[in-house]
Write a protein that binds this ligand. Structure first.
Ligand code: ZN
Length: 119
């Protein structure tokens, strides 16, 4: 969990990193970063999702698989721990990969079952 308010670095202090557009690498771009925790700002064109979006996916999975209340709770806690909704540093692809990892681990279902619900 970051719990950081994120203070953006000045325009001269940037890190050159690959930039992704529509899931493909499009060369290097200077990325600002947080001077407090060091997290690099996500510059992806795809807006990150909210925790609510992922909780809806869990609800959707619940109509197809047997999901106990405690499992839903564990997934919510795990997303919080991983700071999945930290929109400063997370891009959509990172979020989805983390979410799929958490969901498949806690629900013991194949990754495909989760990926097919993400759009
Ligand atoms: Zn920070």
């Amino acid at each position: 969990m970051s719990g950081c308010e994120h203070k953006i670095s000045g325009s001269r202090e940037k890190i050159w990193l690959p930039y992704y557009f529509e899931g493909r690498e499009r060369g290097l771009k200077p990325h600002p970063y947080c001077t407090e925790c060091g997290l690099i700002k996500n510059l992806s064109s795809e807006k990150p999702r909210s925790i609510g979006y992922f909780m809806n996916i869990i609800a959707e999975l619940g109509t197809r698989h047997k999901i106990a209340q405690i499992q839903t709770r564990l997934i919510a806690l795990e997303m919080e721990r991983l700071a999945l909704d930290d929109k400063f540093g997370m891009d959509r692809m990172q979020q989805e990969d983390l979410f799929v990892e958490v969901a498949t681990r806690i629900l013991n279902i194949p990754a495909r079952a989760v990926y097919e619900l993400l759009d």
